[in-house]
Design a protein around this ligand. Structure first.
Ligand code: ADP
Ligand code: MG
Length: 373
């Protein structure tokens, strides 16, 4: 059982981006004190928290110092240094533990783990100079494919499409420092995702299954609920249950999946934290993924989850945020979120909006089609 942490005790969040910000807002509204560790001054999460420690995610001394100042630690992203985090856990609680982080931060370890749990994935193989020399046939089975670095990739960074063994050799920079993963490129019918957690009483809670539309490998729009068959929903729930129990999950786990034309569900990747495709839950579910995450790590119960209204969430990348601000007076239906990032860079996730109800969803889909970015 997780230790119960009650307000006004202090929750320490490693990572000061938008996920940290929305976690902090949830925790603050419940009366917790919130501290952030992030190297960027005035980070999105730091802006809405009680204090921010400016430090790198691999700075073990800083992580230990931070741990001493908080009653419970959590992280909002995968790239925190594992050894430093482990050292910090001697000084405070880390209900999420470090094992799930270890399993999900490396795409090869993650997919091997999924395979060992009997969870379907796309076909994949490790790529290194050695496997290229020794297993060309097995590699050919995963072509045409997508070559991905095993760590540090996000929003399509560190990936490249490959059709032949020659293409793989030409992309050697992706597997020079460490082996990469080659995944068979599949033509899926839909991309879907789901968030799951286990609360302080040991009950598994699964948020609604949602449908995701990507552009240039970056999530653009999420629609809740996903338009999928009961059979697909059943498979997704089975996967979420299996993973939650296998990991003795605390905090939210995001599960990205592909649905194939014949109704197969393949897990693409896992995120050991709230997920971009769960932002709609702030307005559309009785308990948001952020409140659910906070309740889970604080050892509190979570009410049975219900989708209050169908929803559409649209990411605002780079200049789209600036444009959306100018449109605000025309869109009373937008639940508008601006993360307060200092720098506007192309393709950077700077904000999002959510609309509720089928009428607004359909109008927004039309509006998005007409204003195609
Ligand atoms: P990231 O960490 O960047 O989210 P993903 O592995 O989720 O990396 O890839 C980003 C997107 O690229 C996916 O959401 C999907 O649209 C596409 N993609 C990734 N892997 C495959 C695959 N094996 N087959 C087809 N499309 C894929
Ligand atoms: Mg992804």
């Amino acid at each position: 059982m997780t230790k119960v942490i009650l307000p006004p005790q202090t929750i320490g969040i490693i990572g000061g981006g938008q996920l940290g910000q929305m976690l902090a807002l949830s925790a603050k509204s419940m009366g917790y004190h919130v501290g952030i560790l992030d190297p960027t001054p005035n980070s999105p999460a730091g802006q809405v928290s009680d204090f921010q420690m400016l430090a790198a995610y691999y700075d073990q001394a800083a992580l230990i110092e931070f741990a001493k100042q908080v009653d419970v630690l959590t992280y909002e992203f995968e790239n925190v240094d594992l050894a430093a985090l482990k050292a910090a856990t001697q000084f405070t609680e880390l209900p999420q533990g470090t094992e799930l982080l270890r399993l999900t931060r490396n795409r090869l370890v993650e997919k091997n783990n999924l395979r060992s749990l009997g969870i379907p994935t796309v076909n994949f193989i490790e790529i290194s100079a050695t496997t290229i020399a020794e297993q060309p046939q097995a590699i050919a089975q995963c072509l045409p494919g997508i070559l991905k670095t095993t760590t540090g990739g996000y929003d399509g960074h560190g990936q490249c499409d490959v059709n032949t063994l020659e293409d793989i050799k030409a992309a050697a920079e992706l597997y020079q420092a460490a082996p990469a993963i080659l995944e068979k490129r599949i033509s899926f019918e839909k991309e879907i995702s789901v968030m799951v957690t286990i609360d302080g009483q040991g009950t598994v809670h699964i948020w609604p299954v949602v449908e995701n539309i990507h552009a240039n490998h970056i999530l653009q729009t999420t629609i809740a609920p996903a338009n999928v068959s009961d059979a697909v929903t059943g498979k997704v729930h089975q996967i979420a249950q299996t993973l939650a129990q296998a990991f003795e999950l605390r905090g939210v786990l995001g599960i990205e999946m592909f649905v194939t034309a014949n109704g197969e569900v393949l897990v693409n990747e896992l995120a050991p934290r709230p997920h971009n495709s769960g932002h709609y839950s702030i307005e559309a579910v009785n308990v948001s993924q952020f409140e659910g995450h906070i309740r889970s790590i604080a050892g509190l119960p979570i009410a049975a989850l219900t989708l209050q209204q169908p929803a559409l969430m649209h990411n605002l990348l780079g200049d789209q945020l600036v444009q959306a601000r100018t449109q605000l007076s025309h869109h009373p239906e937008w639940h508008f979120h601006d993360y307060g990032k200092a720098e506007i860079r192309p393709s950077r996730k700077l904000g999002h909006y959510t609309v509720l109800g089928n009428t607004n969803i359909n109008q927004n889909l039309t509006w998005l089609a007409e204003n195609k970015e």
